[in-house]
Design a protein around this ligand. Structure first.
Ligand SMILES: Cc1cc2nc3c(=O)[nH]c(=O)nc-3n(C[C@H](O)[C@H](O)[C@H](O)COP(=O)(O)O)c2cc1C
Length: 381
């Protein structure tokens, strides 16, 4: 199987599975507990049907949107994800370069393996910085200052990870940073030697967003300990309101699921929210973002930008979310499997296929611009 044989999400997933050692593939592919929420995230789109209109003159289609003050060439962005260097030796560099070519936005995780400054210098495309809230308030201020100085466009605070999700696939393989592989996990690395060769022949694994502030070197602190010891489980609305004021720019909460929280986010001055359950990786049994979208858009959509992510695999999923009122849609595994399968070329191909699908489906729906997608286009089963 080659990159040119990949025509959809499932093809990229299959190719990624062939290239990656099992523990790393399962870190991407896995989710919390019984992975019910993970499955439902995609299934939720299937309970909703599109109703096309015909004969509307659809020779040229405008896919651009403006969201969180950023103009995007298409209504899909790459949501921040951790540890990309493990998935492909070019990691975030490959993703950022592919995203820049497609004219959309990408997120850099606090657990990213390339520095936000380097990515900012390399590309003009809108950049989001995904932030975790630390017990040490001066550390939070220093990290925000660093992001501000580097020219990050949007601050995105993840609020659904107050404690780590129970990812049982990782427990079985021993996936953690640093690695604590089980014997089975080690064997799975041994049978994928190309990954190991690429890993060792390229730049050393780093976490530059944290390295300046937290000693993660030589296994001094694991990511698990970073979460339990340094992040603040007492974080509350007052803390976030203070952050919003300090940032004084586009500020988005990622991981909002209830109408009450969406209203509160608008009240404290957030300019956007992402309806998200972290791709099913945190609270299993949590509702699918697509199922929560309409009521949240109705409550706050006239005041702040409502985005969503989770389970998006097709252009038609994006059209459904936009028709309900989302301003843009985030993807995670949709670009991570292509990254693992073929680096920058993989992500470029995946984003290109997504763009082509959205454009084709817009034509088939009889719409020439995103603003023409409305709830009249949808029926729920
Ligand atoms: C491997 C992996 C790592 C992730 N790392 C982060 C992270 O560091 N910070 C964050 O806010 N979300 C993280 N996410 C969640 C994504 O940003 C996004 O919410 C989720 O992947 C969307 O679901 P999808 O993968 O079904 O598209 C991660 C997701 C995956 C799959």
């Amino acid at each position: 199987m080659r990159l040119r044989d990949c025509h959809n999400f499932h093809d990229f997933r299959t190719l990624a599975k062939r290239r990656l050692p099992g523990p790393i593939f399962n870190y991407i592919d896995g989710a919390a507990d019984d992975e019910v929420t993970y499955r439902r995230n995609t299934a939720s789109f299937e309970r909703c049907d599109l109703i096309p209109n015909i004969l509307r003159g659809v020779e040229s289609i405008d896919l651009s949107v403006t969201v969180l003050g950023q103009k995007l060439a298409m209504p899909v962005y790459c949501s921040p994800t951790a540890l990309q260097r493990l998935f492909h030796h070019h990691g975030e560099r490959a993703v950022a370069a592919a995203v820049a070519k497609s004219g959309t936005m990408f997120g850099v995780s606090s657990l990213g393996t390339v520095s936000l400054e380097e990515l900012r210098r390399a590309h003009k495309t809108p950049q989001v910085y995904q932030f975790y809230f630390h017990k040490d308030r001066s550390l939070n201020r220093a990290m925000m200052q660093r992001a501000k100085e580097s020219g990050v466009d949007v601050m995105m605070l993840t609020v659904d990870s107050i404690t780590g999700g129970n990812r049982e696939r990782d427990l079985r393989t021993g996936f953690s940073i640093p690695f604590h592989l089980t014997l089975g996990g080690m064997l799975q690395f041994a049978i994928k030697p190309m990954w190991g060769i690429n890993y060792l022949r390229h730049e050393r694994f780093k976490l530059p967003q944290l390295d300046e502030h937290v000693d993660m070197s030589g296994g001094a602190m694991s990511i698990g300990h970073y979460f339990t010891e340094m992040l603040d489980p007492s974080m509350n609305w007052n803390d976030v309101a203070e952050m919003v004021r300090a940032w004084n720019g586009q500020f988005c909460l990622k991981g909002v699921m209830s109408v009450a929280d969406a209203k509160r986010a608008a009240e404290i001055g957030c300019t956007g929210i992402v309806i998200s359950n972290h791709g099913g990786r945190q609270l299993d049994g949590s509702r699918a973002p697509f199922d929560q979208l309409a009521e949240i858009v109705d409550a706050v959509g006239d005041r702040i930008d409502v985005l969503m992510d989770g389970g998006v695999q097709r252009g038609s999923h994006v059209l459904k979310a936009l028709s309900l009122g989302a301003k843009a849609v985030g993807v995670g595994r949709f670009y991570l499997f292509p990254l693992a399968a073929a680096g920058q070329a993989g992500v470029e191909r995946a984003l290109g296929l997504m763009r082509a699908e959205i454009e084709r489906d817009m034509k088939l729906m009889g719409c020439t611009s995103i603003s023409q997608l409305t709830r009249d286009n949808l029926r729920f089963r």
